[in-house]
Write a protein of this length. Structure first.
Length: 257
């Protein structure tokens, strides 16, 4: 069994791969400070409550964009699960040719998503991850990471509205019945959701224009992508498990013939 863990700025996503099937995913918050014992006990109990015999784990692979928790987190996995995790980073074999000016600046999550999208859906492909930030990554038909666009995530945009405006409330992010809003909450929801749909469609259109290829496939992932995907025709596939699939693919590239 392979334990796959993606550490994002907001959530830590956990899943266990066994014989090609995924048990999970489960999530815990990232921002709450924890000791290695707290991480270890939580993860071990979480897995066992969900029927995973941790004694049968063969390997752990981790992608992270939160370096300041990695010492405690790594120690937790070693202490409570008895395995040294494989950390996706420089030196990890992915097959992806990163054409960025500084390849080390490309986050591990973006690399994992790009690998998964290309291997599963083919290339060229645009990968959109609706996370804390919304990222748009472009992978060529030659398996090259050729461009990256980053914008504030939907939740960040919502938080900015209510935290910086004294009379605006903290709202749930959902599409209102109509863009023609008649109260404060639905007016904010309309601006956030319809505005974000417009952003996605415009950015994807501009990428395709500059690539001179309007047949590029678009795959999305990330929790809030479930709100945007049904509302636009520019996203071809929505795959909430894309990152965990990518971690499995990268593990197999490195440790299986």
């Amino acid at each position: 069994m392979l334990l796959a863990i993606d550490i994002g700025n907001t959530n830590i996503t956990i899943g266990v791969w066994s014989d090609g099937n995924l048990n999970g995913p489960w999530r815990m918050t990232t921002k709450q400070p924890r000791t290695s014992d707290e991480y270890g006990l939580f993860i071990k109990n979480l897995l066992e409550i969900n029927g995973v015999n941790t004694a049968h784990l063969e390997a752990i692979i981790v992608s992270s964009v939160v370096p300041n928790i990695m010492y405690s987190f790594t120690r937790a996995l070693e202490k409570y699960l008895g395995l040294e995790p494989i950390i996706v980073g420089p030196g990890t074999k992915t097959g992806l040719d990163i054409k960025a000016e500084n390849p080390k600046e490309v986050g591990a999550d973006r690399i994992v998503d790009a690998v998964a999208a290309y291997e599963i859906y083919g290339g060229p492909i645009i990968v959109i991850d609706f996370g804390t930030a919304t990222t748009y990554d472009v992978v060529s038909e030659k398996f090259e990471f050729i461009a990256a666009i980053t914008s504030p995530g939907i939740q960040i945009s919502a938080d900015a509205l209510w935290s910086r405006s004294a009379q605006l409330p903290n709202i749930a992010i959902r599409k209102p019945r109509s863009i023609m809003a008649r109260n404060t909450i639905t007016s904010m929801q309309a601006g956030l959701v319809y505005g974000y749909i417009g952003q996605v469609e415009y950015i994807v259109q501009k990428i395709k224009e500059e690539m001179d290829n309007f047949n590029v496939k678009v795959v999305a992932t990330g929790g809030l992508g479930s709100i945007i995907f049904p509302e636009t025709k520019v996203i071809d596939e929505y795959d909430i498990l894309l990152t965990l699939k990518g971690l499995k693919i990268i593990y197999e590239k490195n440790f299986k013939g």
